[in-house]
Ligand binder design. Structure first.
Ligand SMILES: Cc1cc2nc3c(=O)[nH]c(=O)nc-3n(C[C@H](O)[C@H](O)[C@H](O)COP(=O)(O)OP(=O)(O)OC[C@H]3O[C@@H](n4cnc5c(N)ncnc54)[C@H](O)[C@@H]3O)c2cc1C
Length: 374
């Protein structure tokens, strides 16, 4: 029986291991941590936003968008829900198309995987950080205190984001050893840093805003959603989406009242002592009064400016932009440089928007590998 080693016990690695074992392969799943699926258990604010019914390649960034589209055409949201439901549970979309387990508990999704891995007979090795991967007619893997041989290897060791979940970027070197490159890495779905003075007094205030990201006078992103002011910047789902496009020096304009046209705001606020009372959050209103008056005050509410000073970086990012180029893999995500070496999940140069797209990529790429494994 062909022996396959899957490196990384995250969403992609666990999916791949389950699917390969069900196809009759002998599978070992190697995870450097002491538990499987730690990151999966923390997703979606602990609720596990596993996919999105509005699935499509336009929600992804990658070196090879056409390949992402082909993979998604074979494994879309319906397939993701069917795959997860085949292990148990019920998965339901919310009004924005984001799919969650009905119990709204990400850790329970990890439990589904653990149960299924056991049932499928996958050999699970915890505390096994693969540090050496070589080929001498077959693959040889080594970690502190252990080693193994395999006929094929799936590298599903994640990216560089949120290092505390075991993903510090060190696993890229395992692929580089076979001649792979790593396209430039940057943190995505992450808080944006701004001048602390520009958000002074706003920490903790959350608004439903429309966010326009501008560079050289041109809009590079527009989105609507939660914006949370922090000590030195902004967070929230609208900001996470913008962070995939943001560069230092970009201008953010926040419409703090996206459902209120300017004329209506002007009419309601005109001549009032506290013009934004019952219009804006009081704390936010006070911060605006301290900054401007009259016309300027109104325009500040519709176009609150912030200059991007960078992001909160990899430790706080949800996902990694960049990675092993898809172009260095074939249609089954097998390495073009070493037959039998496959890639799945965030380690690849494909990242999605906020809303379930990254877990979906983990499942879809794992499915592609498992189906294509010869
Ligand atoms: C806080 C947070 C919330 C998120 N929420 C969502 C969400 O709601 N929806 C969504 O779609 N996406 C979300 N994401 C992104 C999503 O979780 C990831 O994109 C996805 O988990 C990537 O899956 P993966 O299996 O490729 O990598 P990971 O889940 O990162 O798993 C990789 C695993 O490999 C292990 N590993 C690394 N190196 C080695 C090695 N050398 N040997 C052995 N094991 C190794 C790591 O310990 C890790 O367990 C979130 C991310 C974070 C951090």
């Amino acid at each position: 029986m062909k022996k396959i080693a899957v490196i990384g016990g995250g969403a992609a690695g666990m999916s791949c291991a389950v699917l390969l074992a069900k196809r009759g392969f002998s599978v070992s799943l190697l995870e450097r941590g002491e538990r499987l699926g730690r990151k999966l258990s923390a997703t979606g604010n602990g609720q596990g936003n596993v996919t999105n019914v509005r699935m499509g390649a336009e929600h992804y960034f990658s070196d090879d968008p056409a390949k992402v589209a082909r993979i998604l055409s074979r494994f879309g949201a319906e397939e993701a829900v069917a795959f997860l439901s085949s292990m148990g549970g019920i998965f339901l979309p919310d009004a924005r198309g984001r799919v969650y387990p009905a119990g709204r508990q990400a850790s329970a999704v990890t439990d589904l995987f653990r149960r299924e891995l056991r049932r499928a007979g996958v050999d699970i090795c915890l505390g096994a950080q693969v540090k050496e991967l070589s080929y001498d007619g077959g693959f040889r893997l080594a970690w502190e205190g252990g080693h193994m041989r395999a006929d094929a290897v799936v590298l599903a060791a994640g990216g560089k984001a949120a290092e505390h979940f075991g993903t510090d970027g060190s696993a890229y070197a395992l692929a580089e050893g076979f001649g792979h490159t790593v396209s430039p890495l940057s943190p995505a779905l992450v808080r944006l840093r701004c001048d602390p003075s520009s958000v002074k007094g706003l920490k903790g205030i959350r608004v439903d805003a429309s966010l326009s990201l501008r560079r050289g006078g041109k809009e590079v992103f527009r989105g609507r959603g939660d914006v949370l002011f922090t000590e030195n910047g902004i967070s929230g789902d609208a900001v996470f989406r913008a962070s995939s496009y943001a560069k230092e020096g970009d201008l953010v304009l926040l419409d703090l009242l996206p459902d209120v046209p300017e004329e209506r705001l002007a009419a309601a606020a005109a001549g009032r002592e506290e013009p934004f009372l019952c219009i804006l959050n009081n704390g936010l209103a006070r911060a605006l009064y301290a900054r401007a008056k009259g016309e300027e005050l109104l325009s500040l509410a519709k176009n609150f400016p912030l200059t991007v000073r960078g992001t909160a970086g990899f430790p706080e990012a949800q996902v990694t932009k960049g990675g092993i180029p898809l172009r260095e893999t074939d249609e089954n995500l097998m390495s073009r440089f070493r037959e039998g070496l496959y890639f799945a999940g965030e380690i690849l140069d494909a990242d999605g928007e906020c809303g379930g797209y990254n877990l979906h990529w983990a499942f879809a790429s794992a499915y592609t590998v498992a189906e294509g494994m010869k």
